[in-house]
Design a protein around this ligand. Structure first.
Ligand SMILES: [Zn+2]
Length: 201
């Protein structure tokens, strides 16, 4: 499932603490078929090869010694950087055809010793997210999380391909009413704003 040049890691059971402490890094690929929540989002009319498509990931761990306050003993903070690139087949909400939405996401995480510690962390930095580490951490699930967060709430072609009129009016002869493009651009959707927050770019 994964192939990488740096070092082999178990994507489903990674000792994330050791990975960060050693400053390890790994790069490889995961297939869409190994990401059930992405499969669930995949357009029904996606090409049959869609589950075989892959995401490329790069993960890099690091550890920093820091005094939490002047004079306090040094504490070790662990960090994980994760970048994921690939594409997901989605249904265009404008023309209803399946299209490949490119995904290019990267995020930096601070790795805490427990869920409680991660929840309690004062995360006021949008560029840093708190996660609970584990000796059997699923990097696969984190990759899947990041891809899902990167997906648009209202998926659409940048420019829809020209659709033959017979296809649009085909089955029941009805055409979905649609807002004029200019009008649509004037009103930013609240969901788009939310997606912007969630993707943290
Ligand atoms: Zn479209």
């Amino acid at each position: 499932m994964s192939s990488n040049m740096t070092q082999p890691i178990d994507l489903r059971e990674l000792d994330l603490f050791a990975f960060c402490r050693k400053g390890s890094s790994a790069t490889g690929q995961v297939a869409v078929r190994d990401l059930p929540r992405i499969l669930a989002e995949t357009a029904a009319q996606a090409p049959a090869s869609a589950p075989d498509e892959v995401f490329t990931y790069t993960a890099a761990g690091s550890a920093h010694e820091e005094a939490t306050e002047p004079g306090a003993p040094m504490a070790q903070r662990l960090f994980l950087e994760l970048a994921v690139n690939g594409q997901v087949w989605l249904d265009c909400q404008r023309c209803l055809a399946a299209y490949a939405e490119p995904v290019a996401t990267s995020m930096r995480f601070e790795v805490f010793s427990s869920e409680e510690a991660a929840d309690a962390a004062p995360m006021d930095d949008d560029a840093l997210d708190a996660i609970a580490g584990s000796k059997r951490f699923s990097l696969l699930e984190l990759i899947e999380d990041e891809v899902l967060l990167a997906l648009p709430t209202a998926p659409k072609h940048a420019v829809c391909p020209t659709v033959h009129e017979s296809l649009v009016t085909g089955a029941d002869g009805e055409v979905e009413p649609e807002a004029a493009p200019e009008e649509e651009e004037k009103r930013p959707s609240p969901f788009a704003a939310l997606a912007g927050l969630k993707t943290r770019h």
